[in-house]
Design a protein around this ligand. Structure first.
Ligand SMILES: Cc1ncc(COP(=O)(O)O)c(C=O)c1O
Length: 399
């Protein structure tokens, strides 16, 4: 069989499904990125992004994956040997810490069991201990995509303030931006790192740094070498709507459309939709008699759920079975979670019936793969969704 009918279910926690409106917007002839038309596009996306980050401050756009924006956040603000406080919340936090080490920084890496977020009380205690202000930055992954745990950024900010410590606050929102409530200005974040391929409903290829005044000031004295990632050249060009090097023009057409869609639905509604789908997913998992990896209910992720398979049952075999039988991709277990969890992505352009199709695929897969479970997960999710259907106002206007 060389063709499978119907749509592939891409239910990994990003890259996510790209809506037709965004695909149509990208499907345009290449434009002159130094011509007058481009400046209009540049201004619209640079301004529009501020709304999504909930900031009035500049947002830098890189033609790069999220890893590039991680590097940009570090090299623009820090100097060789600087101590940074990082939290081992999972695979992505570990990769960011490894990058910091490779760049010549000195991370203190606070361990966790990969089932909880960064602890605001530990942040406060570590900063209070640091009387000489050796720690130059606190780096936290808001939503750990490998575990489905969301750290409490507002509470961590309060911890930094309570310690009266001048460290910068750098936050990775790659799998939370435009899915889970996130407030760059209100939470006093100095650099927010984000990517195009998850809540923003775009293909991979763009990434972002939202800045603060304090971060820009720090960048003037920061000594780590930087060229491509330098903010100041970028911000100088962005003033006129242009970029210092060739931007990813067609992805920017897509970004303009995605930002319009998010405005039409309303950020509040976008967050409520993600919360509701996450809750329905957890009800399904509990009905199956399986365990959600996140151990702290107030840190449950609204963009993905990592589900533990019972001991002796390989999560990757289950995923393979589901892909073969039902043409659905689920997220694999990363790092030390390999084979132990599968991850259900429920973020981006998504609705109730797509979630139910996803959960039905999982429930059938559990049966086919011989993973011990109880029936009724899809039913539990349906009951939750139906009970709250009238409260879920669809506010997306016609195109
Ligand atoms: C939380 C988080 N941080 C960083 C990254 C790395 O981003 P990229 O793979 O786009 O370079 C990812 C990728 O999924 C992620 O989920």
């Amino acid at each position: 069989m060389t063709r499978r009918s119907g749509r592939h279910f891409l239910q990994i926690p990003g890259p996510t499904n790209v809506p037709d409106r965004v695909l149509r917007a990208i499907d345009m002839p290449t434009m002159d990125h130094r011509g007058p038309e481009f400046a209009e596009l540049g201004h619209e996306v640079l301004d529009g992004l501020k709304h999504v980050f909930q900031t009035k401050q500049p947002v830098v756009i890189y033609p790069a994956s999220g890893t590039g924006a991680w590097e940009a956040a570090l090299v623009n603000t820090l100097s060789p040997g600087d101590k940074v406080l990082m939290f081992e919340t999972g695979h992505f936090a570990t990769l960011w810490q490894k990058m910091a080490t490779k760049l010549g920084l000195a991370p203190e890496f606070v361990a966790t069991d990969w089932r909880r977020g960064a602890d605001p009380a530990i942040v406060e205690a570590k900063l209070k201990e640091d009387k000489r202000h050796a720690i130059k930055a606190v780096c936290v992954v808001h939503n750990e995509t490998s575990t489905g745990v969301t750290s409490r950024i507002g509470a961590i900010r309060k911890g930094i303030d309570a310690a009266k410590h001048p460290a910068l606050f750098l936050v990775d929102t790659i799998s939370s931006l435009a899915s889970i409530d996130y407030r760059h200005d209100e939470w006093g974040v100095d650099v927010t790192v984000a990517g195009s391929q998850k809540g923003l409903m775009l293909p991979p290829g763009l990434s972002f740094n939202a800045l603060s005044e304090k971060a820009r000031k720090a960048s003037q004295g920061a000594k780590l070498p930087r060229s491509y990632w330098g903010w100041e050249e970028m911000l100088a060009s962005n003033k006129t709507g242009y970029f210092p090097y060739t931007p990813a023009t067609n992805l920017l057409y897509g970004l303009r459309e995605a930002l319009r869609m998010l405005r039409e639905e309303g950020l509040e509604n976008v967050f409520a939709r993600h919360d509701r789908h996450a809750e329905a997913t957890r009800r399904a998992v509990h009905a199956w008699g399986l365990e959600v990896l996140c151990a702290v209910p107030e840190e449950y992720s609204s963009s993905l759920t990592a589900v533990m398979t019972p001991a002796g049952h390989d999560a990757d075999k289950l995923r393979k079975k589901i892909l073969e039988a039902f043409d659905m991709s689920l997220g694999t277990g990363l790092g030390k979670l390999a084979g132990k969890v599968f991850r259900i992505g429920h973020l981006g352009d998504f609705n109730d019936l797509a979630l139910l199709g996803t959960l039905a695929g999982v429930e059938m897969g559990l049966e086919l793969a011989g993973v011990p479970h109880k029936k009724g997960g899809v039913q539990a999710a349906m009951e939750h969704l139906a009970a709250r259907a009238s409260g879920a106002k669809a506010t997306r206007k016609a195109a």
